[in-house]
Design a protein around this ligand. Sequence first.
Ligand SMILES: [Zn+2]
Length: 119
Amino acid sequence: MKLVCKLCNLDVSKQVIELQDLKLLNKTDGQDLMPESFYIVANDEYFAPRDKGCFIINSKDVINSNFHSDQGRLNGCCGYDGCDGMNRVCLNNHEIGTECSDCWMSHFVAFNPESVRLV
Ligand SMILES: [Zn+2]
């Protein structure tokens, strides 16, 4: 499986498969939440309500993506806190998701299900 931008059909992730064993999630602040090459659909147990239904992957599996041109979306301490709306766009500048990579959170990228689809 992979994620593609709904507007331009550009691949925005490498090949990923659904992570079945949620014990493999690493909730340590400052470290990657997801093992590479996997995705999960965000649920209430592990994610904030704003992420519900999002596709969650490791940032190393993101491709064909830039950061948002609006600096106001790119706040954070030493990474990106993702608290100001989607901060990731595809190469055609379509908003696709939110990278959370600040020091006080576990790191992941949440793709908005209205912006990307799994194929
Ligand atoms: Zn796009």
